[in-house]
Design a protein around this ligand. Sequence first.
Ligand code: PHE
Length: 452
Amino acid sequence: MAKERENFNSSLTAVMALAGSAIGLGNIWRFPYMVGQNGGAAFIIIYLVSSVLLSLPILMSESIIGHKTGQGTFGAMDTLAPGTKWKWLGLLTIVSPLIILSYYSVVGGWSISFLLQSLSKGFHSAEQVSTMFSGLISSAWTPVIFHTFFLLFCAFVVSAGITSGIEKFNKYTMPMLFVLIVLIMVYSLNLPGASKGVEYMIKPDFSKLNGHAIASAMGQSFFSLSLGVGTILTYSSYIRKDKNILTAGLGTAGFDLLFALIAGFAIMPAVFAAGIEPGAGPGLIFETLPHIFVRMGEGAPVLVRIVAVLFFVTIVFAALTSAISMYEVGVTYLVDEKKISRRKATVLIFAGTWTLGALCSLSFGPLADFKILGQTLFNFCDLLTSNFLMTFGGLLFVIFVGWKMDKTTVRDEFTNGGRAKFNCALFDTFYFLLKYIAPVAIVVIFITNFVG
Ligand code: PHE
């Protein structure tokens, strides 16, 4: 007789795990630079609207599938649509989070290295900072070693199981992350010249808001909520049957949004206070911010050292909680479907993602000339997943719930069998958004990603 499947102990810890998956590098690194590049508050408004009208319905559709079946991606598809091609969606959403995990762990490794740097020598000159990042990523061994540490930590938590590993880790880490990011925001808002950054975040510049910016806002909210790759589905399968998944979904989206906004108010004022261009792009955390630490450090070195350490601790732990959710998708599949032990499954996933991650890491150095469709391996994996597989998976999930599953089953799951009155009141709106609006919006994001 197989061991009984575990569950999260409470709604709150389930939300913390889901929010742990959602809150990650996307909030601290991607969101602020996207705001920077796309017109500040105008972008934030579109982001808020698309989170509610688009991402939330997609999140709920994944949650419905996972919670209804109590199974991971493959098992869930096999149960709801046995013997059909939908099983490919189940398989796709095992492969895509594992590809993301591979390169995400490389970035997680860079964060550990920057954390150690801020703990040991700190950031003191512009030259040191400029060469540090490029030196780190292009060397052969160092980033691979940090990637190994990062992934080992994930493996350690995942192998301990849902309650003793994932639930426990998120229960302590998530409140800590909120406290840290608020502390950093308070520091940043008190810097001389910070008000320009605040103004930038709250005063909309609609002239920058073109079609590309709108699709980027939708895509960002998609990435930030971990949609389309089965992580939300898998975690939802561990939520107790009698719990309300709408509450969990709203809690997850709410915390994710709040964290992104606080991160924006932590980073943008510092960017302006240091007199740096807000549209710095992807190099923001590893290149621009250390420069800021150097400039600020001339005034109050000890305080700035502490802020730098807190900042990189935040990044490392936010990345870990997200990476763990991707890891769990693969482990759930192997444990549920292939009936192997959790420990063995953890080792197998480690072997695969470590190898791909190490190759991605080397693609900044020794393997820089190895290209797939003109891209280095790291960039290829990133583009393939965030521009293609995530949106594709999300599209198929909403089509499945909106068009293939029977409406009564969906309503039943959404409203806890009609018992949750608030959910009943929202159901028609949710169903309309899910069935008609979400698929069209996803196709728009998809095409925009392709075109430019
Ligand atoms: N949502 C995570 C972030 O913001 C990234 C992620 C994507 C996590 C897909 C899980 C699955 O960083």
